[in-house]
Write a protein that binds this ligand. Structure first.
Ligand code: SF4
Length: 379
């Protein structure tokens, strides 16, 4: 009997998010076509077919799509939203480019701001299944994997800053990613997280090491995608910095997808509205409101510094960068703004990170010295 050919659906990489996409599609009996890992080639293909001044994530996503289609994907999935910035136009523009290249019929869209209903409609579009349980299961496994991935990535940051043998945490992390990838159910995913955490706890570390604590905020794609941010968390980890990503997909899901009655505590967006004031009073698109509030949050949590990363020409993040000088005066916390595009070279970028780490170290030493003087004066 001839085996029925499964349709192949592809999606952008965006850090480890592709693992969750793949899990959902496989639950629906669809073949997940993971595009080649984002590379210079991806970027040059994306840049070739993009409007000149468009932001970096657009170019990388378009590059991912073209590589996926040329590699045999039947469809490519794009996440859209009615954003105030250019994100609202991404979908139409990518569709038009793919159409000009003769790939128009391969494009499908997922509007995340339609919440669970949007995800359900998207699934109905790519599958012939009328089984709502199957569709819900696909959504649930994707959500479970997103939370699992964020958890082990946070854990990686702790070990990487303290590891004794350089590169050991990264190797372990890559192995644990396979566990998450291979989990077929939510129960298996939870079990994989436990195994992953226990495996990572075997990494040899210096628990006494005086590490720096830094929050990473900015435009979400840049915060999450290793290629786009030139693996900033790994570079900082090598310098003894434990990085907490302020923007994560699990955080985004709590705000946009997971219904209120299922979640605990304040979400990132709720906190953003509370903490961004008086510097920014309303959502101006992208992640600007979150970024401004993240500076206040880093201050509240006693972090040693905060790094803001964004693509060149990103409109909302240009606004937040212009608010930071005023915030610097008020919160007395080092803030580093990094702007990325296809021309950003590695050497200059690393030099800026090293200088920032030096600055934070000096500030921390001074703070410790001042505290010791206060303690001494009490005796
Ligand atoms: S947030 Fe910035 S990078 Fe993202 S789509 Fe909007 S303008 Fe482009």
């Amino acid at each position: 009997m001839k085996k029925e050919k499964k349709i192949k659906v592809s999606f952008p990489h965006m850090g480890t998010v592709y693992i969750a996409w793949a899990a959902a599609l496989e639950k629906l009996g669809i073949e997940a076509h993971v595009p080649p890992y984002t590379s210079r080639k991806t970027l040059s293909i994306g840049t070739k077919y993009s409007p000149e001044a468009i932001c970096l994530p657009y170019k990388l996503i378009l590059g991912n799509f073209i590589e996926a289609i040329e590699g045999g994907a039947d469809y490519v999935s794009m996440i859209t939203s009615p954003g105030i910035c250019r994100l609202g136009e991404y979908g139409k523009s990518i569709y038009n480019t793919l159409k000009e290249l003769g790939y128009g019929e391969k494009y499908i869209e997922l509007n995340l701001y339609d919440g669970i209903k949007g995800m359900y409609n998207y699934i109905s579009l790519i599958t012939n299944s009328h089984n709502p349980i199957k569709k819900l299961n696909a959504i649930i496994i994707a959500i479970a994997k997103v939370f699992a991935l964020d958890k082990i990535e946070d854990c990686l940051s702790y070990y990487r800053a303290r590891e004794i043998n350089s590169g050991e945490s990264e190797k372990k992390f890559k192995k644990t990613l396979e566990l998450i990838k291979n989990a077929k159910t939510v129960r298996e995913t939870n079990k994989a997280v436990k195994t992953a955490l226990s495996e990572m706890s075997k990494i040899k570390i210096n628990k006494e090491k005086d590490v720096l604590y830094v929050d990473l905020t900015g435009e979400i794609f840049l915060v999450l995608d290793y290629f786009a941010n030139q693996n900033i968390c790994r570079e900082l980890g090598k310098m003894g910095v434990q990085v907490r990503r302020s923007l994560t997909v699990s955080g985004f899901l709590k705000d946009a997808i997971i219904p209120k009655w299922f979640r605990k505590g304040e979400t990132h967006l709720e906190r953003a509205y509370r903490l961004a004031q008086p510097y920014l009073m309303r959502d101006i698109g992208g992640d600007a409101l979150e970024c401004v509030s993240d500076v206040m949050y880093a201050k509240e949590k006693g972090k040693d510094g905060i790094i803001h990363i964004s693509p060149f020409t990103c409109m909302p993040e240009i606004m937040s960068q212009n608010i930071f000088p005023k915030m610097r005066e008020d919160v007395n916390i080092p803030i580093l703004s990094l702007i990325m595009d296809e021309q950003t070279g590695k050497a200059g970028y690393l030099t800026r990170l090293e200088a920032f780490v030096d600055l934070m170290n000096r500030k921390k030493m001074k703070k410790n010295f001042d505290n010791s003087l206060v303690e001494a004066s009490k005796e």
